[in-house]
Ligand binder design. Structure first.
Ligand SMILES: *[C@@H]1O[C@H](CO)[C@@H](O)[C@H](O)[C@H]1NC(C)=O
Ligand SMILES: *[C@@H]1O[C@H](CO)[C@@H](O)[C@H](O)[C@H]1NC(C)=O
Ligand SMILES: *[C@@H]1O[C@H](CO)[C@@H](O)[C@H](O)[C@H]1NC(C)=O
Ligand SMILES: *[C@@H]1O[C@H](CO)[C@@H](O)[C@H](O)[C@H]1NC(C)=O
Ligand SMILES: *[C@@H]1O[C@H](CO)[C@@H](O)[C@H](O)[C@H]1NC(C)=O
Length: 410
């Protein structure tokens, strides 16, 4: 009797510890490691850095393929980035346990995959159709592939209710779009990319300033995250930029790069101080703080706050995000309040309504008279006309308003 009791206690402890571990997050590598028949799939999740992306997310379904099922895919000798696209089609950003699959509303569902979510999929090619057929058969297909051999649900491997489902499917989901060779991120010309997507002024400065461009390019291989200020913000900043010494100019530009790859998910979940390309390790200078508020990610120097308003590229090892203000390091700029009583900025700080009206602009930075609101609005309209950030507007405005309020309270 006593033996039985303690056995029960032991079992419930084991269950409890398992449960606690699970509630602190899942680790797809460890889950699949318990099933050697998926070792190839598991290895490639790690090699393509998809494992990290899966572990960071909640509400996700992994469609695992056995070693035998992986063989035809490997025989295609795809590049790592194409292989990553194909595998990311096997990670659905929704929860489908075995029970959900057999009880689909209306018998079908279209789920977005990581291929879609990372923005590399053209059109709707990153969606996966799920169909519940007669006699309990459930099939999967990439949305752009009409008549390929059916890929069927085989069995459930592990399910953590409404958090993570790992299920086996009979073979690899094929998609010509996913398998198409993509340029390796290392081959992306960062300045050309930025010029095309709304950060031309910043890109031109990188090319024109000493070895700034080379510093950025040479860091891509090891991982790089760039925050490029939109043209309007950069143009308003130019008088201040021209005032800096050659070293100051270079430092401000390098301050916009972090020598580590950060996906948008990582920025949303890891808050804290980060070093930049301008940081001198021994001096611990030129850092800023990444802080998220829900889906909004802000970058805070002690002088000002910028908000991420868009993604130009997010493909390990390179990420480039658009921000709504030029990052001003404390090493070169002073917060507005500590500044000499220049009449215009002081008045602005005391008039919250005016600041709110100018929500397109950066939070109170040491603005000079040349940054007149009228010109600002015109520039902002030009930006919208060009399709720059129209869709991101409402939440950016809200976030900036909050950021402005926070700065003013501080
Ligand atoms: C997941 O497990 C693998 C293998 O044990 C380990 O290398 C990796 O660091 C773990 N990842 C996280 C996020 O804990
Ligand atoms: C996937 O579903 C969509 C919408 O339900 C449909 O238009 C499309 O034809 C389907 N694709 C395949 C391959 O079944
Ligand atoms: C990127 O493109 C710009 C403009 O075409 C060019 O000046 C620069 O050398 C290119 N950078 C690299 C690393 O190829
Ligand atoms: C440039 O520097 C001068 C001298 O320090 C200063 O008076 C002026 O306000 C600065 N201009 C801008 C736009 O910061
Ligand atoms: C950030 O930079 C400041 C100097 O600007 C330095 O005092 C501080 O220690 C740095 N913080 C970290 C975490 O490196």
């Amino acid at each position: 009797m006593r033996l039985l009791l303690s056995l029960g206690l032991l079992l419930s402890l084991l269950f409890l510890s398992g449960y606690i571990q699970v509630s602190h997050g899942h680790n797809i590598t460890e889950i699949l490691a318990e099933h050697p028949e998926f070792s190839t799939f598991n290895n490639y999740l790690t090699a393509t850095h998809l494992a990290g992306e899966i572990n960071r997310r909640k509400t996700i379904t992994v469609l695992a393929v056995s070693n035998a099922g992986m063989a035809p895919l490997l025989a295609k000798h795809l590049t790592v980035s194409a292989l990553k696209n194909v595998l990311s089609l096997h990670v659905l950003v929704d929860y489908f346990g075995a029970k959900n699959l057999h009880q689909l509303n209306g018998g079908t569902a279209a789920s977005s995959s990581l291929f879609q979510a990372t923005g590399t999929a053209p059109g709707t090619t990153g969606f996966v159709n799920i169909t519940n057929h007669r006699a309990g058969r459930v099939s999967f297909s990439a949305e752009d592939v009409a008549d390929s051999a059916p890929v069927n649900f085989v069995k459930s491997i592990e399910e953590i209710s409404y958090d993570l489902a790992v299920i086996e499917i009979s073979s690899v989901l094929s998609s010509p779009e996913a398998e198409a060779p993509t340029p390796a991120p290392a081959q992306v010309n960062i300045t050309t990319l930025m010029s095309k997507k709304g950060c031309k002024t910043f890109a031109d400065l990188l090319v024109a300033t000493g070895d700034a461009e080379m510093t950025f390019e040479s860091n891509v291989g090891g991982g790089l995250t760039v925050f490029c200020p939109i043209d309007r913000a950069m143009k308003a900043f130019m008088p201040k930029f021209k005032n800096l010494t050659a070293d100051g100019k270079l430092s401000v530009l390098l301050y916009h790069g972090i020598p580590v790859y950060n996906s948008i998910q990582m920025l949303k979940s890891n808050n804290g101080v980060v070093n930049t390309l301008a940081t001198d390790g021994t001096a611990k200078n030129y850092n800023f703080t990444v802080q998220n508020d829900g889906e909004v990610v802000t970058l805070k120097t002690t002088v000002m706050v910028a908000t991420i308003t868009g993604t130009l590229i997010d493909e390990d090892p390179l990420a480039v995000y658009m921000i709504d203000a030029v990052l001003e390091p404390r090493e070169l700029f002073k917060p507005e309040k500590a500044k000499a009583p220049a009449p215009a900025p002081a008045a602005e700080a005391e008039a919250p309504t005016k600041s709110r009206k100018r929500h397109h602009a950066s939070p109170p930075a040491p603005a000079g008279p040349e940054e007149a609101p009228a010109g600002d609005e015109k520039a902002a309209n030009d930006e919208n006309a060009a399709g720059g950030r129209a869709c991101a507007e409402p939440w950016v405005a809200a976030a900036t308003a909050v950021a402005v309020a926070a700065v003013m309270v501080a």
